[in-house]
Ligand binder design. Structure first.
Ligand code: KIV
Length: 251
C-alpha cells in the first residue's frame, strides 16, 4: 500500500537553498511564519523552554508535541511541516515508529530526531514505513543535562570527523534534511559539501544550505534568554508589555 505521507524526495524538492526554516508552536505563529514565506516550519521541542518556561526540552512529552502539531498544522499551507520527537519517545525502532505515527496523524509532513549513528536503525524503520525524517546532529538539546550545558561541537579532530561520518550515515539511512546545531563552522561547511541533502544550520556558521531559528529568538519574544548566535529582528516582548500596560492604564 502506498504511504499516505509525503515522500523524502517530495519534501527535499520543496527545500531550495538557501533554505529558510523557523519554529512555530501554535496556530497564529504557524500561520504567520507560513505567510512570511519560510520553506520549513518546525514544531520544535524547544516549546518546552520558550512556551512552557522550563530550563530545557527534556520535560516535553509526545502528547505535548501532538497537541502543538495539530495547532500549527491548521495554520500552515505552504511550508514543509516537521515535528520533533521528544526525548524517550524513540528509544528503540518500534517505539520510534509508534511515536512518529502519532505526529504524522497530528498533521506533520515529517519528523525530526536528535543523534547520529545510534539512531540509524530507528531512522531506517521510519523511512521503510513511509515516514520522512529530518536528522539533527551537533549540540543535542535533549542531552543537555548529561553534557552539563550547551557546548559547541567539532572542536577537536576526532569529534569533527565523527560529525562528518555520522552526517553521511544519516543521509544514507534516508533522511531528507539535517539540522546542524552549534558546531564549528568549518565542520558544518565540510558536512554541507559532502552531503546532497540540505544542511540547515543553527549556530553552525553561514556555509550551510539553509538556516533555522527559534521563533522567539527572531522576534524578540523571550527576552530573558537569548542564545549568543541569535540575531533578534523584532521586539514582541516589548509590544506585549506596552500594549497590556496601555490597556491597564486606560481601565
Ligand atoms: O526544538 C527546536 O527548536 C530545534 C531547533 C533548535 C532546531 O530543534
Amino acid at each position: 500500500m502506498p504511504s499516505p505521507y509525503p515522500s523524502a524526495d517530495s519534501l527535499r524538492a520543496r527545500l531550495t537553498p538557501p533554505v529558510s526554516a523557523i519554529t512555530a508552536y501554535d496556530y497564529p505563529t504557524g500561520r504567520l511564519c507560513d505567510e512570511a514565506g519560510v520553506q520549513l516550519i518546525l514544531v520544535g521541542d524547544s516549546l518546552g523552554m520558550v512556551v512552557a518556561g522550563n530550563p530545557d526540552t527534556t520535560s516535553v512529552t509526545l502528547d505535548h508535541m501532538v497537541y502543538h502539531t495539530e495547532m500549527v498544522r491548521r495554520g500552515v499551507r505552504q511550508a514543509v511541516l516537521v515535528s520533533d520527537l521528544p526525548i524517550h519517545t524513540y528509544d528503540h525502532p518500534e517505539m520510534a515508529l509508534e511515536s512518529a505515527r502519532r505526529l504524522m496523524e497530528a498533521g506533520a509532513d515529517a519528523v525530526k530526531l536528535e543523534g547520529g549513528f545510534q539512531q540509524i536503525a530507528k531512522i531506517e524503520r521510519l523511512v521503510d514505513s513511509g515516514i520522512s525524517v529530518c536528522a539533527h546532529i551537533g549540540m543535542l538539546p535533549q542531552r543537555v543535562r548529561e553534557e552539563g550545558g550547551y557546548k559547541k561541537k567539532g572542536k577537536d579532530k576526532l569529534e569533527a570527523e565523527k560529525l562528518v561520518t555520522s552526517a553521511t550515515a544519516l543521509e544514507k539511512a534516508g533522511c531528507f534534511a539535517i539540522v546542524l546545531e552549534s558546531m564549528i563552522p568549518s565542520v558544518a561547511a565540510e558536512i554541507t559539501s559532502e552531503l546532497s541533502i540540505p544542511t540547515i544550520g543553527i549556530g553552525a556558521g553561514t556555509d550551510c544550505d539553509g538556516q533555522i531559528r527559534v521563533l522567539h529568538d527572531v522576534v524578540g519574544g523571550y527576552p530573558w534568554f537569548v542564545p549568543p548566535f541569535a540575531k533578534v529582528y523584532g521586539n514582541v516582548a516589548e509590544v506585549i508589555r506596552q500594549s497590556v500596560s496601555d490597556y491597564r492604564e486606560e481601565i
